[in-house]
Write a protein of this length. Structure first.
Length: 145
């Protein structure tokens, strides 16, 4: 069964702007990943992989609304698998109401919790699944946006 793509033109615009900003800020090139990788980019410095990156634009959500940010367990496991294989971290970048923040996760990250949740507003049963809750206390604000 094929799932619908929920990525809008507006989402792609936010992603393109963030890509350009991060490339300048972090002195890297962000390579767009094929869908099968489940993450947005592979950051490269020169010819070396630097980090896998996932970007979420949640400008209507306050950074302080919850102590943790949830992503699907499937995406988390894929990120960990890729990072373990390549030997680089996973960086989660999220735009909140107050600005854009990033968290760096390595394979020895232990302060995550697990549960079940997701989106109920689209009527898609596959939007509700096992989740990983990332601690926002380790996220840092990216200045200059």
């Amino acid at each position: 069964m094929n799932r619908p793509m929920y990525e809008s033109k507006e989402d792609l615009t936010h992603e393109t702007k963030m890509k350009s900003f991060l490339e300048g800020k972090w002195n890297c090139t962000l390579q767009k990943l094929p869908l099968k990788y489940q993450l947005d980019w592979l950051a490269m410095r020169d010819k070396d992989p630097y980090a896998f990156i996932e970007f979420k634009h949640r400008e209507k959500l306050s950074f302080n609304a919850y102590p943790r940010y949830m992503i699907s367990l499937d995406k988390w496991m894929k990120a960990k698998q890729l990072c373990r294989e390549v030997g680089i971290p996973f960086i989660m970048v999220i735009t909140f109401t107050e600005g854009t923040y990033y968290g760096v996760f390595t394979n020895n990250m232990v302060d995550v919790t697990y549960g079940f949740g997701g989106r109920y507003d689209r009527g898609d049963a596959q939007d509700v699944e096992p989740m990983v809750y990332l601690p926002l206390k380790i996220f840092q604000k990216i200045e200059g946006i």
